[in-house]
Design a protein around this ligand. Structure first.
Ligand SMILES: *Cc1c(COP(=O)(O)O)cnc(C)c1O
Length: 365
């Protein structure tokens, strides 16, 4: 059941692949994003030719004129998804069509060219297939795929770029957090916000991450691993972490997560967990949750678990919340039963150990 690509790529395999022993060593201790695979995809866009020159080649450096627009005005968007090894030795992507749609929503927001969804999925799938030996078969390892696009017009003037480079690179990954599925501590930023109404909060663009780094550095100074952002208007409503959505679990078994109002990134993990929780009969509210409520609900015992979620870290319990004048532990600081159950349900589908909803698992081979 090999998949058929609708896009024709000029394939030029690398002349020298990373050696088997070196690759095995990398796969045994992959870290997160430390090593890249042998190949990459590039596809170019110009106003006159549209998308053209789709190529699957040895991974190579990019050479850019110093006046290339992305270097000055941050015209960059990206995606993140994984290829998972299945028990029969095959492999699959998880909801790549959702990434393709979100990529185009990001492109639209940043006035960049949209890529046909089939072309996006073909690019990601063909790279994962060519570099299939890099898909880990141990534990929770997977092959992280990073599609991205940059504005490549050479001009210092600021206007929408007339040309683009779309590319996909891949990296074998283990657990996102050094400590595995241990609890994550978060710092509530009172200096910085991540996204304002009408801004780019719902787009997956590099600029959002650049703007979050000072807050992330504050968090590290406070001894926390991640930053949690409040809304930019009232400075009161929980939004999300720099790269993960957040869920609250209450003592009546219900779940709550902030609604998608345009300032929050619409996570595919978030969407999948809402669906899976509802399929289990759980109540899931997409409603705002205030920082003072978070503190009160911890004090009263109403709030029992909190977790962050995203493709990279999957589902990670939040064990501690720290802010100006408070420092609170959530539950017993470990992995709570609801978080653990949702995490297992999702990863069982991704790794092919259980059936998921129709169309979620995209077999590669
Ligand atoms: C990518 C991302 C997420 C998680 O999205 P997934 O599709 O679940 O990986 C959450 N928040 C931000 C800011 C992100 O960039």
């Amino acid at each position: 059941m090999n998949r058929v690509s609708q896009t024709s790529f000029a394939v030029t395999p690398a002349e020298a692949l990373v050696g088997i022993n070196d690759r095995a060593a990398m796969l045994s201790q992959p870290g997160f994003g430390k090593y890249l695979t042998d190949h990459m995809v590039t596809i170019r866009y110009s106003a006159d030719k549209g998308w053209h020159d789709a190529a699957l080649t040895a991974r190579h450096d990019l050479s850019l004129n110093p006046a290339t627009m992305v270097l000055h005005y941050a015209g960059e968007i990206f995606e993140g998804l994984k290829a998972y090894r299945h028990p029969d030795g095959g492999a699959a992507l998880f909801r790549p069509d959702a990434n393709a749609r979100r990529f185009n929503a990001s492109a639209k927001r940043l006035a960049m060219a949209e890529l046909p969804e089939d072309m996006f999925v073909d690019a990601v799938a063909e790279l994962a297939i060519l570099d299939r030996e890099w898909i880990p078969s141990e534990g929770e390892g997977s092959l992280y795929l990073r599609p991205f696009m940059i504005g490549t017009e050479v001009a210092i003037g600021n206007h929408p770029s007339d040309s683009f480079l779309f590319s996909v690179i891949a990296s074998p990954v283990g657990s996102y957090f050094k400590g595995g599925v241990a609890g994550v501590s978060v710092w509530v930023s009172d200096n910085y916000t991540r996204a304002a109404p009408g801004g780019t909060g719902a787009a997956k663009c590099g600029g959002n991450y650049a703007a979050a780094l000072a807050a992330q550095a504050d968090a590290a100074r406070q001894g926390c691993e991640q930053v949690v952002f409040l809304d930019a208007v009232e400075r009161r409503w929980i939004e999300e972490l720099a790269g993960m959505n957040v869920f609250f679990v209450f003592d009546d078994g219900s779940l709550q997560t902030p609604p998608l109002t345009g300032t929050i990134l619409p996570g595919i993990t978030r969407d999948s967990l809402i669906r899976l929780a509802r399929d289990k009969g759980m109540t899931v509210r997409e409603e705002p949750y205030a920082i003072d409520q978070w503190r009160d609900d911890l004090a009263s015992g109403r709030l029992v678990e909190v977790f962050a979620c995203g493709t990279a870290a999957v589902v990670a319990p939040i064990s501690q919340i720290k802010g100006n004048g408070f420092d609170l532990t959530i539950g017993d600081g470990g992995l709570g039963p609801v978080t653990a159950d949702l995490r297992k349900t999702l990863t069982d589908i991704q790794f092919g150990r259980a059936e998921g909803p129709e169309g979620w698992v995209h077999r590669l081979f």
